[in-house]
Design a protein around this ligand. Structure first.
Ligand SMILES: Cc1cc2nc3c(=O)[nH]c(=O)nc-3n(C[C@H](O)[C@H](O)[C@H](O)COP(=O)(O)OP(=O)(O)OC[C@H]3O[C@@H](n4cnc5c(N)ncnc54)[C@H](O)[C@@H]3O)c2cc1C
Length: 97
């Protein structure tokens, strides 16, 4: 996760929408909904992969498709489907956590 701040907006970028990233993005968006915070979520696929069910897939079962946009609808989180992520960060603008 990365936080960048300027005078007006704090920009939070969450890389990866697995269990950790999706939950983090949802929590941050909920906790900062009254503040000037922009939460961006980036993931290689536009569906949530339930890793703990992958053995079922390997055994030939069909798994429900879970679009990431369905999880974040109404939260204000901006989602981008991108695979190879390359981000240039200005260290002067990073928030101290
Ligand atoms: C078959 C199986 C069964 C399991 N059962 C259990 C269990 O019973 N209990 C348990 O606690 N844990 C279990 N685990 C482990 C659990 O699935 C992982 O601990 C968990 O998925 C880790 O979550 P995460 O969010 O860190 O990573 P992930 O869930 O792997 O999510 C990472 C996300 O980042 C994205 N990503 C990665 N690289 C890039 C990139 N370069 N650009 C864009 N996006 C990228 C991926 O697409 C993915 O969506 C199991 C795992 C497997 C495979």
């Amino acid at each position: 996760m990365m936080m960048e701040m300027d005078r007006e907006t704090t920009r939070v970028v969450v890389l990866g929408a697995g269990y950790a990233g999706l939950r983090a993005a949802l929590r941050i968006a909920r906790r900062t909904r009254r503040e000037n915070v922009r939460v961006e979520l980036i993931n290689a696929a536009d569906t949530f992969v339930e890793r703990i069910r992958l053995h079922q897939l390997a055994a030939g079962q069909r798994l429900a498709r879970r679009p990431i946009r369905a999880f974040i609808r109404g939260t204000g989180i901006e989602f981008q489907r991108v695979h190879h992520v390359w981000i240039q960060v200005n260290p002067d603008k990073l928030a101290k956590l």
